[in-house]
Design a protein around this ligand. Structure first.
Ligand code: UD1
Ligand code: CA
Length: 474
């Protein structure tokens, strides 16, 4: 599930490990799904944090799991991390302590991150690390200022502004509640100091939980240095505890991606209604109309136009492709200068060659549509190979399923399929053949043949007029 974005240009930070806390249930989400597995722009929230660790070049990443541990392991099956289990969730200090065994003998620095703070960028964490190293600190914490600090731990400082400690909201006095500098839940520690302090954390007065920020005064009182780093943009350290915060995080992430696309030369007619995956690319001079969703690893070439209300997932579009309104395109490959829609559905495994046209209310599945071929209206093409410069008339159906198995249809170059034909697969239409409108084709049509697969028409001269007359009599 881990997205593989380009690695950061910064060199690997040697002797740095990371612990990512992800064992909590996330009660405030009111969900059967563990909080860290809730998708944020199509990827579990936790994966955004782990991807950052990978881009930073962290030596080892330990993920603390507990609630729905099996599901979290499964979601991270492809991700190079190590797991440590916290069987009962007794608080963030207790969570981090579970990594002690795995880090036995490690005396470098350790980043501690939260699986529910997913909008972090590498520059902020690089600043955390460089401040920590420069200040020769034993512990460094990222803080930010929030006009409404509700729900966060407050940073308490003395009169000189020196760091004193962090008070969780439930434990605050009325005066402390007014403090706007908050703990973002991101830290860098010297590992031996961290674990020594963790053993000394006492359960909190009100909730009886073991709070990680409590290690900071313990380290300080033991003669350790504490540094702080202020995140200028508080949106980057947004913690997701509720569905409303998850939506807020998505809005911020979505806007960042759309802004990047515009900076790269993509026209976005209504940025507020565009949804683009972090892994997608869009070529310059492409235009995205309102309400377009571009998901997964979609790559869209230069000069494409995607009209309103389209959803494109894990697909490749060449240059100068026009997708008219309301199309759904899944796991498909579309070559240069193709036209789609309005209201076309490309199901997985569809391949359109150059200048192909798939038009109004057409469904294509696991099929190739050749160069310059046209399927303009109301058609189903499934399990078919369509050659070049083929014309498929309105209402044509490839009858690919006989109730037991799927069968192939082959339509060779320059064939012409009349409207409302049923091509009963397996079947082949030879090169340059013509299929008469309304035919049910059950046998091969040789090249250049004209096939009629319908009952012959009978005309009874004058009979309609007679019937009318008979009806009109009293
Ligand atoms: C925490 C901080 C708070 C800070 C805020 C920033 C503590 C006590 N408080 O509060 O100061 O302002 O983050 O977002 O640390 N977790 C475990 N095991 C546990 C408990 C939690 O792994 O026993 C994990 C959760 O899955 C989550 C992270 O730790 O990913 C943070 O826990 P959460 O309960 O969300 O802490 P906050 O109340 O947000
Ligand atoms: Ca939180």
């Amino acid at each position: 599930m881990l997205p593989t974005k380009n690695a950061s240009s910064s060199p690997p930070i040697r002797d740095l490990c990371a612990i990512v806390m992800a064992a909590g249930q996330g009660t405030r989400m009111r969900s059967d799904l563990a909080k860290v597995l809730h998708p944020l722009n199509g990827v579990p929230m936790l994966c955004h944090v782990l991807d950052l660790c990978r881009r930073l070049g962290v030596k080892r990443t330990l993920v603390v799991i507990g609630h729905q541990a099996a599901q979290v392991r499964e979601a991270l099956a492809e991700t190079p991390v190590e797991f440590v289990e916290q069987t009962t969730q007794r608080g963030t200090a207790h969570a981090v302590l579970q990594a002690e065994g795995a880090l036995q003998g490690f005396d470098g620095n350790v980043l501690v991150l939260s699986g529910d703070v997913p909008l972090l960028g590498a520059p902020l964490i690089e600043r955390l690390i460089s401040t920590h190293l420069k200040a020769r600190a034993h512990a460094t914490v990222v803080t930010t200022r929030l006009p409404n600090p509700q729900g966060y731990g407050r940073v308490v400082r003395d009169r000189e502004g020196a760091f004193r400690g962090i008070v969780e909201e439930v434990e605050t006095t009325a005066a402390q509640r007014r403090i706007t500098e908050i703990n973002s839940g991101l830290y860098c520690f010297r590992a031996p100091r961290l674990f020594a302090a963790l053993h000394r954390v006492e359960p909190s007065a009100i909730k009886q939980e073991l709070y990680l920020p409590e290690v900071l005064p313990i380290i300080r009182k033991g003669g350790g240095r504490i540094a702080t780093v202020l995140a200028e943009d508080s949106r980057e350290v947004l913690g997701v505890n509720t569905r409303a915060e998850l939506a807020e995080a998505y809005t911020i992430m979505r806007r960042r991606i759309v802004d990047r696309l515009m900076a790269e030369g993509v026209s976005c007619l209504d940025p507020s209604s565009l949804h683009v995956s972090e892994l997608a690319t869009v070529g310059r001079d492409s235009t995205l109309y309102p309400n377009v969703h571009i998901e997964g690893r979609t790559a869209i070439g230069k000069g494409c136009t995607i009209h309103a209300g389209c959803r494109i997932r894990d697909s490749h579009l060449g240059r100068g492709v026009t997708v008219l309104d309301g199309c759904l395109i899944l796991e498909s490959d579309i070559a240069d200068e193709c036209t789609l829609g309005p209201y076309a559905h490309l199901r997985p495994g569809s391949q359109l060659k150059r200048k192909a046209k798939v038009g109004n209310f057409v469904e294509v599945k696991k099929s190739v549509i050749g160069e310059g071929s046209k399927v303009p209206h109301l058609t189903y093409v499934g399990d078919a190979t369509v050659g070049n410069r083929v014309n498929i008339g309105a209402g044509t159906i490839t009858c690919n399923y006989d109730g037991f198995a799927k069968h192939q249809t082959v339509i060779e170059d320059e064939a012409f399929i009349g409207s409302n034909a049923s091509l009963v697969a397996p079947v082949r239409i030879g090169r340059g053949a013509i299929v008469a409108a309304g035919s049910a084709i059950t046998q091969e049509v040789p090249a250049d043949a004209l096939a009629f697969g319908r009952a012959l028409q009978v005309n009874k001269e004058g009979r309609a007029a007679e019937l009318r007359k008979a009806r009109a009599k009293p």
